[in-house]
Ligand binder design. Structure first.
Ligand code: GLC
Length: 434
């Protein structure tokens, strides 16, 4: 089938749901010092095997994970079926490097998919293109524990990247055949170099892989890391900025595209015991709002422990976000960037639901008495209320203040606010448009 016939996946649910859970779980949960630990510390296979031989997540209960994600207001999840270390969470026919062969002795993926589905979350698979364990994978000078090994050339003798690509394709076929509907496939990642020393579309045989994916699951959403041309039809559905907030909605050739920022609580994706740079609940909520205000999604990561749990810090953040989402989800789901005639007021973000025709003003800082909304707001708002308790926010201001501030009510809608903000991390005013 020529590539021009490939169709994109159906993003309609994705741009509605806005908030998902990323899960990075593998052997690296045991060293607990970054999922790249094998690369960072140049750990040889023999030593890394220690983690394989001790992997025993005896407290793993995916129903608890799914409950935590659903409680936070997340609507989909994306889990590392295999990360760069090469270890597989499911009982793949094509390798022994999998959970069933560790002391854990069971498939970890199937029950996870079932538990999240039961909570109504959609399923996404992250799958690493990179593999630091497979015996056919060519060791390159950039990435992997053996990247600067003096005998790299010799170690590569007898390896065939094409054979590795066969393995990659066979596993993708398995993942997209044996787990029912998979809503997202998240390949990671390519790093082509001008001199051919990196890895990209030829190393993964990306075009063929793409055709396989589109054939097996025609509605699936695909990320953008296969190193295919950005303008190739059907090559990707989602742009995936990582560990940073885009300054504005993402465009390709000047046109807005579907995007999802993926971020961590603290820097590492895998469980990292000693990392102390954890982000707070308020800032995480602001990040989610910021994504939606720019027409994007947020995929927020948890790295479960080697016992198989979300640790207390992660649960604390998820609960905090969930408490806010319970009352403010309506300003997130189904929402997007506000139309340009509604400029963003100072210290705020706007989200907009085109179906209900409401604008949400997320107040990142609490102003003294008044919030001034310029532009089209002045004659388009029928009613205003706080979203947390549906209490009215009075429109307009008294003449004494209006005279002092010299605002023109024909050009500016002023909201009169209480001195004390609602007791929520981010107050939101819901504006019902006429
Ligand atoms: C990266 C990293 C990785 C993480 C991923 C998530 O590319 O290699 O460890 O899984 O980003 O976006």
């Amino acid at each position: 089938m020529p590539s021009t016939q490939l169709k994109n996946g159906d993003t309609s649910w994705f741009v509605h749901d806005r908030f998902g859970l990323f899960i990075h779980w593998g052997l690296y949960a045991l060293p607990a010092r970054h999922e790249w630990v094998k690369h960072h510390e140049r750990i040889p296979d023999e030593r890394y095997d220690l983690y394989f031989r001790h992997f025993d997540p005896d407290l793993y209960d995916p129903a608890e994970w799914a409950a935590a994600a659903a409680g936070a207001g997340m609507k989909y999840f994306v889990v590392t079926t295999k990360h760069h270390e090469g270890f597989c969470l499911w009982d793949s026919k094509h390798t022994d490097y999998k959970a069933t062969r560790t002391p854990c002795g069971r498939d970890l993926l199937k029950p996870m998919v079932e538990a999240f589905r039961e909570r109504g979350l959609r399923t996404g698979f992250y799958h690493s293109l990179i593999d630091w364990h497979h015996h056919q994978y060519i060791i390159d000078p950039h990435i992997g524990p053996l990247r600067d090994h003096p005998d790299r050339e010799r170690l590569n003798q007898g390896r065939s990247q094409a054979k590795y690509a066969e393995y990659l394709h066979a596993q993708v076929r398995e993942l997209l055949s044996d787990f029912g509907t998979v809503d997202i496939l998240w390949f990671d990642f390519s790093y082509p170099k001008p001199d051919g020393s990196g890895k990209g579309r030829d190393d993964w045989q990306s075009e063929e892989l793409l055709r396989l994916v589109r054939r097996l699951q025609p509605d699936i959403l695909l990320d953008d890391r296969l190193d295919l041309p950005v303008d190739m039809p059907g090559a990707w559905d989602i742009k995936t900025p990582e560990q940073a907030q885009p300054r504005e909605g993402i465009t390709v050739d000047g046109k807005p595209v579907v995007w999802e920022a993926c971020q961590t609580f603290s820097g590492s994706w895998g469980y990292f015991r000693d990392e102390t740079t954890w982000r707070g609940v308020d800032e995480l909520i602001r990040t989610l709002i910021d994504c939606v205000s720019k027409g994007g999604n947020l995929l927020l990561n948890v790295g479960p422990t080697g016992r198989g749990e979300f640790d207390a810090r992660a649960l604390d953040r998820l609960r905090g976000i969930g408490a806010w989402m319970k009352r403010h989800g309506r300003a997130i789901y189904g929402c997007t960037q506000a139309p340009s005639e509604f400029p963003t007021p100072q210290d705020c973000r706007l989200t907009y639901n085109p179906d209900s025709n409401r604008i949400y003003v997320h107040m990142f800082a609490w102003p003294y008495k008044h919030l001034h909304l310029d532009g089209a707001f002045s004659d388009r708002v029928e009613y205003a209320q706080f979203l947390n308790d549906a209490s009215e926010v009075r429109m307009g201001m008294d003449s004494w203040h209006a005279n002092q501030l010299a605002t023109d009510p024909r050009k500016t809608l002023t909201l009169t606010l209480p001195l004390v903000p609602p007791d929520v991390p981010i107050p939101v005013v819901e504006l019902f448009l006429k």
